[in-house]
Design a binder for this molecule. Sequence first.
Ligand code: SF4
Ligand code: SF4
Length: 328
Amino acid sequence: MRKIRQLTTELTFRCNAKCPACHRLRIKKINLNDSKYTYTLESFKKLFYPELLNNLEWLILNGNFGDSIMNKEFREIISYVKEYGTRLNIHTNGGIHDHDYWTDVGNILTNRDILNFDLDGLEDTHHIYRINTKFEDVLSNAKSVIATKRPQVHWKYIVFSYNQHQVETAKQLAKDLDFHSFSTVKTNREFNPPRTGKFAHTKNKVNKDTLEKQILCAWESWGKWYVSPEGLVFRCCWTGGHYYDNDNSKFYYPPEFTKKFNGFYVPIEKIISYNYWNKLKLYLQGYDRSFSLCKSQCGKLLSSREKVEENLNTGEKTIFDAYDQRGN
Ligand code: SF4
Ligand code: SF4
């Protein structure tokens, strides 16, 4: 059994899409397109050195700000990870590159890896949120990967008010095309969330004043960390994303954070063994004194994320919520 359950990173802060509620559109203290926020194969190897990968069960490539397929060395980097048998779970809008590229990606991955394509609707609705991507292109790229018969290919569908009537049609299409699974994500984004019905997010339905004051540090309980492309190690993607906001006062980052928590200066295994994480866990037990970011993301046991995934072969359903943070 490998010692580290899960690390999440993104291979670049660049993105080809312009989703209206994406964190990348908030005012930042950095330029997301700066090369400092894109791994090279060499820098990736330094941060994710062989001993670390040998101890790591899952590496998740998921974006706070970027899509890893925008990294020109994406295929080289995932090939390197696979040399050590670390399982990959990749999230992508899938909107760029061609059949040959995605066939290559499929052939690099194995049946122990997962590739998630973001497809939020059908031909007439997908692009409303995933601006700059085309439904037909993403579907065609997913089909190229499915044809390799290697990784599990997932269809991830964020349900908005304007595409909720298409969920069943999309799920049937996913089955017909041999996707491994299909998931629906309830959104509390300020962008056309369903206000009523079975896809309305709990946060939009519940009176939070009535709930017990408690924080479940979701990433701590799942045993994972977020690493930014400049090497900084954070408890979670939310504290990692917020760090780059112009006003990052909703969480406290310790003194000398940029050195002591940077995997280019201190090996990641050492950073994640710091007593700091235990202290943070204890601190979060005091709801009222706690950080506003933690209260809003993980407070009162309401997860920001409500996702149900169905295995299209077996019909088995998995609920991802505050207690199950796999795949973020
Ligand atoms: S694809 Fe992801 S990273 Fe890119 S704009 Fe959309 S939400 Fe943001
Ligand atoms: S937002 Fe706070 S409570 Fe939630 S996972 Fe991150 S550090 Fe933990």
